[in-house]
Write a protein that binds this ligand. Sequence first.
Ligand SMILES: O=C[C@H](O)COP(=O)(O)O
Length: 251
Amino acid sequence: MLLLISPDGVEEALDCAKAAEHLDIVDVKKPDEGSLGANFPWVIREIRDAVPADKPVSATVGDVPYKPGTVAQAALGAVVSGATYIKVGLYGCTTPDQGVEVMRAVVRAVKDHRPEALVVASGYADAHRIGCVNPLALPDIAARSGADAAMLDTAIKDGSRLFDHVPPDVCAEFVRLAHASGLLAALAGSVRQADLGPLTRIGTDIVGVRGAVCEGGDRNAGRIQPHLVAAFRAEMDRQARQHAAGVPAVN
Ligand SMILES: O=C[C@H](O)COP(=O)(O)O
């Protein structure tokens, strides 16, 4: 499982760089503009320059409306700025067909510019609270649009977590559907160390985290701490070893 960490700007990205050996992907976002809030192109560029070259930079394009042209342009901005994972939060899409339309436009805009970039179609575990597409629709939306990964995060960061809305057995179905279509499965949403056992066992490819590696577990007031990134990775590694050894689940 890969560890994706979301700093909110250049300063926190430098803290991620200090913990670079413990993480896999640095994910640029602007949390004060939403769960998948987009940051400025120059911030993506500065963060690309600040983190080691062997660490891919991801950028969120935003909690986007159902406006394929607008979103495609934004996605191109992210890839031109140096991101190689382009994440789109399908906030304004109320049907799978709308999601496919937006994601097809994004895939074309991104891959015309950089064919090897990975496009991530993200939905929301708490979709029922905001009226967007059902979480289990995401793998099909990603597959039909030519994206590379399907993801879930939470839209409303009020302390509720991924498993509060999409329990582990439904997350397992999400992962199964993604894998059946040859996609990566990414999961996030106030994930804590205690969630890493189930996330490992269901075969999650990427876990996205912010709050759990901020001081006090506070994704807004707290700052990302390199020692918390290291501790989170240590628990991921411990869970991976247990899983590989066939140790029965205790959580
Ligand atoms: O993409 C990952 C998100 O930034 C997760 O943030 P969170 O762990 O604070 O919910």
